[in-house]
Design a protein. Sequence first.
Length: 865
Amino acid sequence: MDLTGNEYMEFVKNDRSLFYYPNDEPKNKFKFTKPKTSFQESTDSYWHYILFDHKLPQQGWKIHLTANIKDAQKLLLTVSQYLNNQQVSYKFIDTVDAMLLSNSKYSDRTESGKFITVYPVNTTEFVQLLPALAEITQDFLEGPYILSDQEWQDSHVFYRYGAFKAMKTVIDGAEVYAIIDNKHNLVEDKRLPYYYQPDFIVEPEQLKNNVQHYDQNEFKKLMNYNVDFSLHYSNAGGVYHAVFKGKEWVLKEGRAFAGLDANGNDGFNRIKHEYKILKKLAEIPTVVNVYESFKAWKHQYLVEEYLQGDTLADFVDSQYPFTANKQKKNEYLTKTVKIITALLKAINQIHQKGIAIGDLQPDNIIILDTDKVKLIDFENAQKTSAAYNPGLATPGYSDFNAQTFAEADRIALYKIARYMILPTATGFDWAPELEAVQDKNISNEFGKQIVEFLHNLKKQLNLNFNSDSRHPQYYYQNLTVPSTPFSLNQLNQNIAEVAKGISDNLNYNFKGLIYGDIPQYSSEISYYSVANGAFGAIMALNRSQTLDQKSEQEINIWLEQQLPNLKKLLAEPTTDIGLFTGLSGIATVLYELGYTKISYSIMRKIQTNVALKLTNDISIYSGLAGVGLAFLCFYGQTKKTIYLQNAIDLGKQVMQIIKHERYTEKTDSGLITGWLGAALFLWKLSIVTKAKQYKQAALRIYQVVIKNSLQLTSDGAFIKDNSYSYERLIPYVNHGSAGLALLMIEFLQDDSKVFTKKELEILLKILKQNDVFVTFFAGLFDGFLSLLILDNAFAICTNNKVTLKKKYNLLNNYLVAQNGGVMVPGRFGFKCSLDLTTGSSGLLLLLTDIKQHTWNAWLPLLRSK
């Protein structure tokens, strides 16, 4: 569930699609020499495999060849011909686009540079191939250094010991790639950004003399700097904190041939370019001061002043008054106006030098302790008049409608200003009318003055967003805002329009039926999953009773067509069985639709699933708690004791895992993906079985979370999150206080005396202070919709709808429409999503709950008889 915006870039390139979807069939495939003997050929979304008829071991020494994009095609033809003649199995990156992506700035550093992977059948063949491959590739251009491997004698050839075929195991609750050690145990196959050799592996004699000797003079300047910790890593190189001559510095590293941008520039050359730009801007006080630049070994370095302060992104995260009182709001707005005014002055000064920043965004702006600003990261800087064609661009702040780099800077500043006041991923450029809708809500929350400030800023920047030629960054045309503004008074019409947005975009020729968030495309079962795939949307349309007869028939036809594939997945032991991510959630939806036979088959198969016995995942989302709740529901429907026994077995397993797992500040406490979900399952198990040990275990989990993760403030009660460089207070259903409150409400529904007076005060504090104005995402578990789940539960329990009504109206900040159907921009706001966790299906289930006076329609669980 934790994905970064960069991972979405391969799913947004088709500007004719409103939704996230993998790239179409690539047209720039690499050509290779086909073997003349018998072989097996296959491809996936990234690799092209050539496997010969001999049996490969599960693991061993494997060889990677790096290549320069400029002559990678010729190198592949040469190497493939040689390997074919030797009948050695191999794989290579399938397309030029995939190779560019693998070597791009934010790709995985442990995989960068690996153009061809060679699979020797044994150690003898391995040591023979090393010099042979080095010799036939010696005349090709140098490629990226492969960080995870050992280089063979200053060549294109690298090697490491690892798995040939994917094996996985669970270590400390996390699933990792594995190899088999000398005691036949599965241990982690460590994929690190430096060479690592498993301690149970003996290096062949031929490798022991493979020691690279470098001229120490190459490192002389670098050795002057005492590097004590890293600030940031990317595939382009690291950014480090260093001390030199008693002063603190930032040391930026640029790797050769790696960290490629869209224009083919690597990290090495961007660092050289940035140094030249910073020297030209040395007189401007708001630009970071540069000291020197030099080459050491294969890398280029830049030294600049170390700045004490936060990035603008961290400043907003930590200081934005999400729930604060009027005084704190005014203090924040005063700082915001001061910062934006300073940025406007800085940009004007930089532009007067004929230079545009090129990648102006919150992470490249430092707010000093004095509230003054400094601009960093000028790798992408260009002439102000240059046509806007950036090598690097930050989604959400770049704008390909800009004509020049100067205009792009001005647009970015305006977007930053709006982000500081309304930090949401749903940008105003989705629909021409959306800016006015958002401005109205900003005015209601913060007053008219700040809206007037934004309007004046737009005039000063000479921006006009009303042109018909403008459109969202990743879609070819504008949308509109909902024809019926969201208001509790219009609930039925809102439901109808959200359902229409889903129904109009169902694709009955697509196994996924809908287009959801990108995890939908991560595995075969994910196309169908409740979280991101077809069955979440089907559940939403079914439970909201918004399907017309024609759509219902078409969905049934689609289901009949997909049943053979579902049965095939059911037969595979590795298919995900999670409630939201896999088969158990699908089984509950099928049961509701009347497909009881296959739903029973699924639950029987889950009973014997080996993965259940091995997993440490205790969550509702994908683990034991979710599957256990599904078994409890099937027991409630059928009264078959086998389902109850399955739930009991899983309950005992969860209790054992909790007993042996230490709760730390990094532990996931969440209701959906963490410990609180396990508590909900154990509590419900105790209600069904009347067994006190499960109730006691549930309360122990709840108390551990309260003790270690709950933070009481003047603004409310929140769950602490320490996954960033600073502590955040989270209000959401998944990782936050809304999830804790929902759990407590469920406990109270079953036992009105379960809590002490002090605990009830905590619950009331969460409920009463759930008055959050905005969240970055709209999503059902980690966004604005999750807060409405709690508001709705509070309204049902107290008959007080004030907070629900206010927040319901604020949904208008996030929603757009097309052809009368309401759409939800998904995670990061690049495209729309129809799924349950991030998109329209989740919204429809929330609205259904509000209408039906329930608060858990979004849970894929059967209603008990």
